[in-house]
Design a protein around this ligand. Structure first.
Ligand code: ZN
Length: 162
């Protein structure tokens, strides 16, 4: 497995719309493995392929340690509720934001074997599904954050004044 370079905000690749995966190949599986390793090394809970420069609809998520979700061509098929919460992104280091997201989502995606799976997420997992799937359409959370927050020297976050 190899750790991949994570693109940062300002890179045009992060603003592109990703194409679906038409065929799951060995390369797809290697990419999934590398994305999981990269996410873990960066202490993230989710990573989308465009963040490592690959414009394909692929996402990995690990909100609960040891429970890795690998999503190929994921689609949100149901969403309900609304909750504000703090969000960060490996492509936007040093900042966080308050973002409204659904409190529940149901997602369908292919797994690495090409089998369609359905996932349900509430709270942090629902937020993570929405955040990562947004990446596949070139959206970053900073576009929809109600407020951005920045850490001070003690690592505590404070609110933007504007
Ligand atoms: Zn992100």
């Amino acid at each position: 497995m190899a750790k991949l370079n994570i693109l940062k905000e300002g890179d045009e690749t992060l603003r592109k719309i990703c194409r679906p995966v038409d065929k799951i190949t060995l390369r797809t599986k290697i990419l999934l493995d590398d994305m999981v390793e990269t996410m873990r090394k960066a202490d993230g809970v989710g990573l989308a392929a465009p963040q490592v420069g690959i414009l394909r609809r692929i996402v990995v998520i690990e909100v609960e340690e040891g429970q890795v979700l690998e999503l190929i061509n994921p689609v949100i098929v149901e969403a309900s509720g609304e909750v504000s919460g703090v969000e960060g992104c490996l492509s936007v280091p040093g900042r966080q934001g308050i973002v409204k997201r659904p409190s529940y989502v149901r997602v369908q995606a292919l797994d690495r074997h090409g089998v369609m799976q359905t996932y349900e997420g509430t709270d942090l997992l629902a937020r993570c599904f929405c955040h990562e799937l947004d990446h596949l359409d070139g959206h970053l959370y900073i576009d929809k954050a109600d407020k951005m927050i920045y850490p001070d020297a003690d690592g505590e976050y404070y609110e933007d004044e504007e």
